[in-house]
Write a protein that binds this ligand. Structure first.
Ligand SMILES: NC(=O)c1ccc[n+]([C@@H]2O[C@H](COP(=O)([O-])OP(=O)(O)OC[C@H]3O[C@@H](n4cnc5c(N)ncnc54)[C@H](OP(=O)(O)O)[C@@H]3O)[C@@H](O)[C@H]2O)c1
Length: 286
């Protein structure tokens, strides 16, 4: 079972030959052309903007009058998201070595600042852990966790220097409760949740906030890309527009976290407070 987005192949980050080729391609993609943009509008950099939650979030911020900087690998789908806006498009492969660094540099060079970073790019993998190829373990962890952290590391200094900004991390309920047959994906998203908590503490007093977005299942291409459809009857999938609205509200209100739908805080709380009860309920109801 593989989970490549847009049918691209995966080169393990450790392979230097592949890494160099990939880095060169990625550098070419994110170089960005033309003079720096002059805008008095607030700037949001959205990764994963070519599809699903990222695309819906980008459209929500465009409707709110923000300047968009959009990233994903598929330029054609980025153009669709950007339609009718003056978005800057920076196609980039975040699984490439230095992909996150080059994207952040290109975004800051192009717009001078990033007020909000929405780190939405991500992939899934479903199936028994014992059958998961090592390359897929690396691939999920690298994109969903490492690349996101590197991107935040690159963008954050400019926010701290400006004394304002917000990092929005797209986690998952899988990271809150641990979902069977999504062990590595759950681990990556749990890592993001812990990172959000720790970073928020470090940034206290800087004017920069961190929001963790915790969606349950969402109707996007995510399941088709990972190669396994969503088969549970509960929770029912929600729309990417609903997640985008939650992101928008969380940024407007400076919220630390937002669950979509909100009742999903319940299993996360039960698991955190009484893990034995949580496991017993899980064994009984699945
Ligand atoms: N759908 C759900 O049920 C669900 C639930 C909870 C959390 N989430 C999280 O929400 C986020 C967005 O997922 P989605 O549902 O919107 O899925 P999606 O429709 O498959 O979108 C995934 C996005 O990630 C980008 N991406 C994938 N690999 C990339 C790479 N190597 N470099 C750069 N960009 C890459 C894709 O861009 P290209 O196609 O252009 O490569 C695409 O824009 C993910 O972090 C996911 O884990 C999803």
């Amino acid at each position: 079972m593989t989970t490549t987005g847009s049918g691209s192949t995966y080169d393990p980050p450790a392979d230097p030959a592949h890494g160099r080729a990939r880095a060169a391609a990625s550098a070419a993609a994110v170089r960005g052309t033309g003079p720096p943009l002059r805008t008095d509008r607030r700037v949001v950099l959205v990764t994963g903007a070519s599809s699903g939650i990222g695309a819906a979030t980008a459209r929500r911020f465009a409707a709110g009058g923000w300047q968009l900087v959009l990233s994903g690998r598929d330029r054609r789908r980025l153009e669709e998201t950007a339609s009718g806006t003056s978005a800057v498009l920076l196609p980039a492969d975040l699984a490439a070595p230095d992909g996150a660094k080059m994207l952040a540099e290109a975004a800051l060079r192009k717009t001078g600042r990033v007020d909000v970073l929405v780190a939405g790019a991500g992939i899934g993998w479903a199936g028994p852990f014992l059958t998961m190829p090592h390359t897929d373990i690396d691939r999920v962890l690298f994109l969903d966790l490492n690349a996101t952290l590197h991107l935040v590391r690159e963008v954050l200094p400019s926010m701290v220097a400006a004394g304002s900004g917000r990092v929005v991390l797209v986690g998952s309920v899988a990271g809150s409760v641990g979902v069977r047959e999504e062990a590595v994906y759950s681990a990556a998203k749990a890592g993001l949740a812990a990172f959000a908590e720790a970073l928020r503490q470090e940034l206290r007093g800087t004017g920069v906030g961190v929001t963790l977005v915790v969606p349950g299942p969402v109707e996007t291409g995510f399941f088709a890309r990972r190669g396994t459809p969503y088969h549970r009857s509960h929770p029912r999938p929600t729309s990417p527009g609903r997640v985008a609205a939650a992101v928008w509200n969380a940024v407007a209100q400076g919220r630390d976290d937002t669950y979509i739908p909100t009742w999903l805080t319940l299993p996360a709380r039960v698991r955190a407070l009484t893990p034995r009860l949580y496991r017993r309920l899980l064994n009984r109801f699945g």
